[in-house]
Design a protein around this ligand. Structure first.
Ligand code: SF4
Length: 507
């Protein structure tokens, strides 16, 4: 289902409609540190960021957005700013007077942190809850209306309210309903300067929730622009590949008006990745002209285990090195987004690229191929490249794409947040050390999250979590339970490894 959004205005930036897909990022400085935040905003803007988000965890941080904005304007930058709000309507109400956009999370704006306790409500109680949320939102709506401030309703998988989780579970449908509840309240008050997002660290959940959202928006006659992103994508090549697979799938379907690639790296590094994803799908126009129909998920009784092949001079070899002579669909990679024939893919998919730069090849391949493997269609993948990147790296890239779409897991799975002003430890370093120590744990999902406010919810589905607590302290999680609290950072990795070892010994 293709979706045509309406155009909205966020300060000097317009988005939606036929406009190019916009690129944005978020600072990870302390929002109270004006100089550091301004410098980082400038780096993001100079890299090509068209909107910059900053965390405003409290009223003081929200107030300091005024100083950051003033310094940016003084330096000649008119790029709009967005305040990121969780659990704190008072901070939202301050920020909405100062910056061009406020992002709120329906899972925690009017509701406390999910307790994962079932909250069964009869219909009248449910309506009462919606009325309570409406009353909580009214002051913000009035301020945004008076100041021309835009609002993003930003839903994250893993931070849904108990009310939603009881009715729908922690599901793509629950995510979409959570957004629609809020959108209806804003629309009911005549406020339409809205953007909406459904994010998850799981590409399939992110894709599915956005498709459901589009269906529900269409049914409701709503056309708000959609912001796309994979949360906690991690760093390096893996972070780029998983982001490209999820975002590229939806852009190819004509869904998405703005994107953010969340990497556990300096935020300005996210911008070229986001640009490259858009370019892979939409070329230089920045917007897909003829969207592809969504590929239907293939359901079979057999376990889906796509195989990886290598190709040399037209000879295909399987994972054992044997010559393979069965069905192979060889297609110029540029034609993958226009390839309706691809609906019929059931054999080995053999896209042919022409790329000299490995980083770009990763992004192009994941952007274009993700949707086939999210739909579980091809029986295998063989990446051919006519450019300089050759050999084993092409096979590894193919395995990475299968891992990113969870079509076939052959490595440890990591999720790590991009960090923000709430992070109180060196998360990049922690991720590096943790990866080095746990690379052998194939299939295990380990999360490294910057804060206990959002981290535990958003690392949904992780087997273990390493979550920043107070300054220099870490909570260690098994599933959703914090089993060790306030472990000094220097000891935290060893304690986590001991926990994993002892759990494995008991199995
Ligand atoms: S989980 Fe990470 S990015 Fe999200 S709020 Fe916490 S520190 Fe910030």
């Amino acid at each position: 289902m293709s979706f045509k959004s309406q155009i909205i205005h966020i300060g000097s930036l317009s988005m939606g409609g036929e406009l190019p897909v916009r690129v944005q990022s978020m600072t990870n400085t302390d929002t109270l540190d004006t100089d550091a935040s301004v410098r980082q905003c400038i780096r993001i803007i100079e890299a090509g960021g068209e909107l910059v988000r900053l965390t405003a965890q409290g009223v003081r941080e929200a107030e300091n957005l005024a100083n950051i904005k003033k310094e940016l304007r003084k330096a000649g930058f008119v790029t709009p700013l967005c305040a990121d709000i969780h659990f704190n309507p008072a901070a939202a109400e301050v920020a909405a007077r100062l910056v061009e956009k406020v992002r709120i999370n329906p899972g925690n704006y009017a509701d406390k942190r999910a307790s994962f306790i079932r909250q069964e409500l009869i219909e009248s109680e449910y309506r009462g809850e919606i009325e309570r949320i409406r009353e909580r939102l009214l002051p913000l709506i009035k301020i945004c209306t008076a100041n021309g401030t835009a609002v993003r309703i930003g839903v994250n998988h893993g931070s849904l309210s108990d009310r939603i989780m009881t009715r729908y579970g922690n599901t793509p449908e629950g995510m979409a309903v959570s957004a629609i509840e809020f959108l209806k309240i804003f629309r009911g008050e005549g406020f339409n300067n809205l953007v909406v997002s459904m994010k998850s660290s799981d590409t399939r959940i992110m894709v599915e929730s956005n498709r459901i959202l589009v269906r529900m928006l269409t049914e409701e006659g709503m056309h708000y622009p959609i912001h796309l992103g994979i949360t906690e994508a991690g760093e390096g090549e893996d972070g780029r590949i998983i982001s490209a697979a999820g975002i590229g799938t939806l852009l190819a379907e004509g869904i998405g008006d703005t994107i953010r690639v969340s990497l556990t790296e300096a935020p300005e590094k996210e911008i070229p990745v986001a640009r490259e994803i858009i370019r892979s799908i939409a070329g230089t126009s920045g917007r897909m002209k003829e969207p592809c129909p969504p590929l239907q998920y293939r359901r079979t009784k057999d376990r889906y285990i796509p195989q990886i092949f290598s190709e040399h001079d037209g000879i295909f070899r399987d994972e054992q090195g044997e010559i393979y002579r069965d069905e192979v669909l060889t297609v110029n990679a540029r034609e993958l987004t226009g390839c309706n024939e691809s609906q019929k893919i059931g054999g080995v998919l053999n896209p042919v690229f022409n790329e000299d730069d490995f980083g770009k090849l990763c992004i192009h391949a994941a952007s274009l191929l993700g949707r086939f493997f999210i739909a579980r269609l091809p029986a295998g993948l063989c990446i051919t490249n006519k450019g300089k990147v050759q050999g084993e790296v092409l096979r590894n890239l193919a395995f990475s794409i299968l891992q990113a779409t969870e079509a076939r897991i052959t490595r440890t799975r990591y999720i790590s947040c991009p960090t923000c002003g709430r992070t109180k430890f060196n998360l990049e370093e922690a991720v590096r050390r943790l990866k080095a120590a746990t690379a052998h744990l194939t299939g295990m999902k380990i999360a490294v999250m910057g804060c206990v406010v959002n981290g535990p919810g958003e690392m949904a589905g992780a087997d273990y979590g390493y979550v920043g607590a107070a300054e220099g302290k870490v909570h260690i999680y098994r599933g959703t339970e914090a089993v060790m609290k306030n472990v000094p950072e220097a000891e935290a990795l060893d304690r986590l490894l001991e926990l994993i070892k002892s759990d494995q010994a008991k199995r």
